[in-house]
Design a protein around this ligand. Structure first.
Ligand code: AMP
Length: 416
């Protein structure tokens, strides 16, 4: 038997239902917040990720799926969404109109060669948004609150935004230099990865999972000591916007994010047990660094598999798995002809409808209808049909009524 590759999964059953529910909610949010959908290729030139995500990051050093295609080009499966979107914005000159906000979202599979475990796959899905052409803190607040509100409305009410600022490019460079000075004498007390990070990505040492309880990390210089007054003002303004929007957030100086391109605000969406559902940040220099114009940007990504996992703990499986408005019962050929026609009419009127598609006895059909939590039963029988009548049973109160065949759809629409 050929099995799926390690770290991948087949989306089906309850997970597929929850995934559809999440996607539905995402679509609604994106309409109301006025974001446009974008899809970029699953694979891009390898260089794109080296120049955006960063040479020293875990993603690029250890996790990308890199290969040569048959034309000998260096190709990488996308490990995250921002790089491709930025490439596309530049390539398609989406910034043509000077005053337009560019508000984009994606909802796509990503690929990272990580050690698979609960909530961690090699092929996984991220929903993300990116906003370009505004450096206004108001947009920081919009983007951060969008993710928070979406998670809330999906049913994850305990989500908390862990928020930090990395300051502007100068603060970040100064801070990196201070960290190198600080960590150098202690470097042999840190994990192997951190010994490399000191040269490639010193900020990343701060969110090392291996060394996280080490006092050396706890006593490291704080980013707040290096933030310019301007960045501090920005951050205070952001906090007051978020207060006004009643977003649950907490300042957490250990949030530096694993990717190279961030400046100013960075944040993660977390639950009590410290699982990160997603994160994001501002990246004002990224578009320019990739050869585009001066175009500030900000965005976040949420991990859909982790959201599914968390929602699954809360959802009443029986309820979400089985649910129809109407079950239509039929046995004879004549009844079946009516059944499929009425089902079509109801379905086209947004009524969730199921029929007896397996030649079952009446008794079995009653049982199936109960399993499906059908609200109403339409019980067809030849005798009634000859008189132009159809029996409708309220499957909760168990009351029955005979309805004129010509008004059956209107009748159902009136009672559900
Ligand atoms: P990142 O781009 O690494 O900040 O990831 C953003 C979010 O994507 C994380 O908070 C996770 O929810 C999700 N994520 C990242 N890597 C994986 C993975 N290997 N498997 C599943 N979800 C992931």
């Amino acid at each position: 038997m050929i099995t799926k590759p390690k770290g991948t999964y087949d989306l089906m059953g309850l997970d597929a239902k929850i995934s559809n529910y999440i996607n539905h909610e995402i679509e609604n949010f994106m309409i109301n917040y006025n974001y446009e959908f974008i899809r970029t290729p699953v694979f891009e030139a390898t260089e794109l990720f080296h120049r955006t995500v960063g040479d020293g990051t875990d993603i690029v050093t250890k996790e990308t799926y890199d290969f040569k295609d048959r034309g000998d080009r260096d190709i990488t499966l996308r490990p995250e969404g921002t790089a491709g979107v930025v490439r596309s914005v530049i390539e398609n000159k989406l910034y043509g109109n000077k005053n337009d906000l560019i508000k984009l979202y994606y909802n796509e599979t990503m690929y990272r060669y990580e050690r698979p475990q609960s909530g961690r796959f090699r092929e996984f899905t991220q929903f993300g948004v990116e906003v370009f052409n505004s450096d206004d803190v108001l947009i920081d607040a919009e983007v951060i609150s969008l993710g928070f509100n979406l998670l809330n409305s999906l049913g994850l009410e305990d989500v908390l935004v862990k928020l930090n600022t990395l300051g502007d490019a100068k603060s970040r460079t100064d801070y990196s230099a201070a960290l190198v000075n600080y960590f150098k004498p202690h470097i042999h007390e840190l994990c192997e990865d951190c010994q490399k990070r000191i040269n490639t990505n010193p900020l990343r040492i701060l969110d090392c999972k291996v060394d996280k309880d080490n006092d050396i990390l706890k006593n490291a210089p704080k980013i707040s000591e290096f933030i310019s007054d301007e960045s501090k003002d920005r951050f205070n303004k952001l906090k007051s916007y978020l207060d006004n929007l009643e977003i649950d957030y907490e300042i957490d100086e250990s949030i530096v994010r694993g990717l190279d391109y961030y400046d100013e605000c960075v944040w993660e969406y977390k639950l009590d047990d410290d699982v990160a559902l997603g994160g994001g940040g501002r990246y004002n220099a990224l578009v320019k660094n990739l050869g585009g114009p001066e175009l500030p940007g900000i965005g976040f990504a949420l991990g859909i598999e982790r959201i599914i996992l968390k929602l699954k703990e809360k959802i009443d499986e029986q309820k979400i798995n089985n649910f129809v408005d109407v079950y239509i019962m039929s046995v004879s050929e004549e009844e079946k002809i009516y059944a499929i026609k009425i089902a079509q009419d109801l379905r086209l009127n947004n009524v969730i409808t199921e029929i007896n598609g397996a030649n079952l006895s009446l008794k079995s059909q009653f049982k199936i209808a109960d399993n499906l939590n059908a609200k109403f039963l339409i019980i067809l029988n030849n005798e009634d049909l000859q008189k132009g009548l159809i029996t409708v049973k309220d499957n909760i109160t168990k009351e029955e009524e005979k309805v004129d065949e010509s008004v059956i759809v209107d009748y159902i629409l009136g009672v559900i």
